[in-house]
Structure formats: C-alpha cells, structure tokens
Design a protein around this ligand. Structure first.
Ligand code: 2AL
Length: 236
C-alpha cells in the first residue's frame, strides 16, 4: 500500500518531519511518501494562503493518481482542498484536522485545539462545525507562534505546553488536538507531560487512511464526490 502525505506548504524541512511522523505510525507493508507542491506559500495561516495552496495540492493528487497511490493525507490543519481532492482521487483522502478531531472524540467528552496564529481560530471552529464535531470542540487557542517559527523558536514547545495546560483548565476539556502539522514531532512529549491524550493529525490521518484502504473502502463515486465533469480550461 502506498500513502502520499501532502504538506500543502512548501517548507521542505517541515515536509521531512511530517514524513517521519507519518512513517513512525504506518503499518508493515505501507510505503509513506511526503511531498510539497512545487509552488505555493511557505506556510498556511490565512484564508489567502489556504486558497493559494489548493492548486498545488490538487496537482500532487493528480500526479499520485498517475502513480497508483492508494490513499492521501492532506497535512495542513486547514484541510485545504480536501473536498476537491476527494473528487479527484480514486482512493480515500483524509485531512489532518478532520482525522484529529474525530480521533479526539473517541477519547474524551471535549477537546481543545492549540493552534498557531489567532487568525486561524475562526477557520478551525468552522471545520469542527462542518465535521459535526462542534459539540466536542470546547475551545481553540492560539499560541501566537507563526508556522515557520515552530521549527526554529526554542520557546515554541514550552509555549504550546503552557497553552495546552491553560486550555484544559479553561475549557474543562480532556483531550488536546494539535492545530498544525508543524507540531507533529512535539506530540509524544506533550502527551507524557500533560497526562491526557494529545492528538497529532498527521499520525491520526495516516493511520486512518491506511485503515480505510485495509477495509477496502474509498470515497463514494456516486453523487457529490464523483469525478468532476470533464471540461476545457482556458488560459493555460
Ligand atoms: C498550518 C499547518 O498545519 N500547516 C501550515 O502551514 N499551517 N496550520 C495552522 N493552524 O497554522
């Protein structure tokens, strides 16, 4: 089985870390490749960034289809292009926000999301609502750390730990969801220090996509997620 993990931003060091975190949880016989689009924003922390990343994400899906990829993970917490990707891919496509929030709902009554910039909070709430998980989402908390600084800021881990502790208390929640793929490598350490489940969407989405393939399941070809109607594109 081959899973393609697409980091929608173009920071390749982050893509490498995301790939390592995905491979660490993949089962035997599963090949995990991590890629970024060839062009696009180096980080995704606005609606504009999110929209600008989508053509690159879809190009990677189309390439994956030509190569026979079995399932895809969209490894950005805004789940950019997720629904369009489901129209294009034959196999399942799992976004890290959806996978993380669904996984959190198995493990407690309410979760708190710890994210990067304040401006990503509204979109995160929208996603929780659109996945039917608004009832489980107790709070979304920004650390103020820009995505690219997650890799370089020596204070980032401590800030995420402190925000998680404060969120558990303020929200009365029992599970933490990490709101950025760039936090994937911090998950195990946070979980052992916090003593509650901490969900990294990269790991959750990788295992979930593998599970769907093992179950012989794919996106329904009937209705909304059927391949998009073939049509001419002008201006290329
Ligand atoms: C993200 C993410 O997961 N990757 C990225 O570039 N931005 N999410 C976020 N909330 O900032």
């Amino acid at each position: 089985m081959r899973i393609l993990v697409i980091n929608p931003n173009t920071t390749l060091t982050m893509t490498a870390t995301i790939g390592e975190c995905a491979r660490a949880v993949a089962g035997p016989g599963v090949t995990v490749d991590a890629v970024s689009p060839s062009t696009g924003p180096v980080s995704i922390e606005s609606h504009y960034d999110d929209a600008m990343s989508v053509p690159g994400v879809l190009a990677e899906i189309e390439k994956g289809e030509r190569e026979g990829v079995d399932a895809y993970v969209i490894a950005c917490f805004g789940d950019p292009g997720l629904l369009a990707a489901r129209e294009v891919a034959a196999g399942p496509v799992v976004g890290i926000a959806e996978a993380a929030m669904r996984t959190a709902a198995y493990l407690g009554r309410g979760f708190s999301v710890i994210t990067t910039l304040e401006r990503t909070v509204g979109h995160t709430w929208d996603l929780a609502e659109s996945y039917g998980l608004g009832r489980h989402c107790r709070g979304v908390h920004a650390t103020g750390i820009p995505v690219v600084e997650l890799e370089t800021d020596p204070e980032a881990y401590a800030a995420i730990l402190a925000a998680s502790r404060a969120a558990l208390d303020a929200d009365g929640s029992d599970v933490i969801v990490l709101g950025c793929a760039g936090m994937a490598d911090l998950c195990a350490r946070l979980q052992s220090e916090l003593g509650v489940p901490v969900i990294d969407g990269v790991a959750a989405a990788t295992v979930q996509s593998e599970t769907l393939v093992r179950l012989g399941l794919r996106t329904s070809p009937r209705g909304e997620f059927a391949p998009p109607p073939a049509k001419a594109f002008t201006g290329h």
